[in-house]
Write a protein that binds this ligand. Structure first.
Ligand SMILES: [Zn+2]
Length: 407
């Protein structure tokens, strides 16, 4: 397990939101090619990397029963937020508790106070980066787990299962992970991303997400002759931001099931300024409410600028996958049972974000998210334990068996 993981993380697969290509960075194919080769070597003869950087493979069914085709999915890219070049993984064997100082930069300390999940790792082997890069357990832990489970199933033909599809995607971290996926070719009925955090967790709920852009048109005049005439688009934008709720409705003031309105960009000049927002909530009604609040603020501000104008555009980004997954309760039930058989206490939770699975679910492939064991992702303090990764492998194998059993 760890051998595989340690090899994958040394391959730089950082994605790039500024690139228009798919995959956004060619180097993601370095890992894709290796994975396709290794899947072939395990015995999955249809394994291949396609031109868009997706890896597909099939573990053939070894049962006469009609079993739904399930897919296990992980993403190959790492976050643009933190460098993934020259990752040098370290293993803290038989962790005894306490803070973990990273060797190449002693200012980088994984503190128990900030990472309470460390308390559950006593006696485990914890893998970190050296303090200068992220680790890439998000989502190479998931990839290594799926690879190990595939190898186990091929080597243990007495373990019965239906056809199982494997899918590795590029560019998940820049929100484009399923842009070029071919669901007909994949041919799965249900899927699971293996990209969650704490061992035992399964997430069947994500945010619903919209993007809002506000185009403000002010009135420009020469500044020397502007009295009573100029209406400054930048100042209008600033007034809108100033009136956003201060103690609620923002990422920095909410948690759990609360949503938010969050400005992510401002660009412009005197005459025209554009404000970009993301809006997040677990319900569509909650999204609408927040968008109505934003529009009310804009209208209030515009009253002070009678000759200026605005346009407000709302774009749907993704929707809470629970709407789709709840129509097929066996998807989550089977996963909860698999987690239990792996010796863990299953916990069903929600994600304050989106996953490849939220979009896949609405494309017709219902897809909750199972833990991979990754912690503190997108940072130099990222870590994962070998034992949690092994539990994820067991969960995948049990899940394949349970679908067969219950078919
Ligand atoms: Zn991820």
């Amino acid at each position: 397990m760890s051998e595989r993981f340690l090899r994958y993380v040394t391959i730089d697969t950082q994605s790039d939101p500024a690139s228009p290509t798919c995959p956004s960075t060619e180097k993601q194919k370095d890992l894709g090619r290796l994975l396709a080769r290794e899947l072939q070597a395990i015995g999955l003869s249809d394994a291949h990397l396609d031109e868009h950087g997706y890896v597909y493979a099939t573990i053939p069914a070894n049962t006469e029963k009609q079993v739904p085709v399930i897919c296990f999915c992980s993403h190959m890219d790492t976050s643009p937020d933190c460098t993934g070049k020259n990752v040098r993984p370290q293993i803290v064997r038989n962790y005894r508790g306490g803070d973990i100082t990273l060797p190449a930069d002693p200012s980088q300390i994984i503190r128990v106070a900030d990472h309470p999940a460390l308390a559950d790792q006593i006696g485990n082997d914890i893998i970190t980066a050296d303090g200068t890069t992220l680790l890439g357990a998000d989502n190479k832990a998931g990839i290594a787990e799926i690879m190990d489970a595939a190898q186990f199933l091929i080597h243990h033909p007495q373990v019965r299962h239906g056809a199982i599809k494997i899918l590795f995607t590029p560019d998940e971290e820049i929100g484009r992970g399923v842009d070029k996926v071919d669901l007909n070719k994949l041919g799965a009925d249900f899927a699971y991303t293996i990209d969650g955090e704490t061992a035992g967790h399964i997430e069947d709920e994500t945010f619903s997400a919209d993007g809002v852009t506000i185009f403000i048109e002010g009135v420009s005049t020469h500044p020397g002759f502007a009295k009573g005439k100029m209406e400054h688009a930048i100042k209008i934008a600033a007034a809108i931001i100033e009136r956003l709720p201060k103690n609620t409705c923002s990422p920095e003031t909410t948690e759990g099931r609360e949503g938010f309105l969050h400005p992510i960009g401002i660009a412009g000049a005197l005459e025209e300024t554009t404000l970009s927002f993301i809006v997040r909530d677990f319900t569509d009604a909650g999204l609408k409410e927040k968008e109505a609040l934003l529009e009310k603020i804009v209208k209030d501000v515009m009253r002070d600028y009678p000759r200026s104008g605005y346009r407000l555009d709302i774009k749907q980004q993704y929707r809470n996958m629970k709407q789709v997954i709840d129509r097929h309760p066996e998807i989550v039930d089977n996963a909860m049972e698999a987690i239990r058989r792996a010796g863990l206490n299953p916990v069903k939770t929600s994600i304050r974000g989106g996953t490849d699975g939220s979009r896949l679910s609405f494309m017709g492939l219902p897809c909750p998210n199972i833990f991979a064991g990754e912690h503190a992702f997108h940072s130099r303090l990222e870590w994962v334990s070998v034992q949690d990764m092994e539990k994820a492998v067991q969960t995948i194998v049990h899940l394949a068996m349970i679908w067969q059993e219950r078919a």
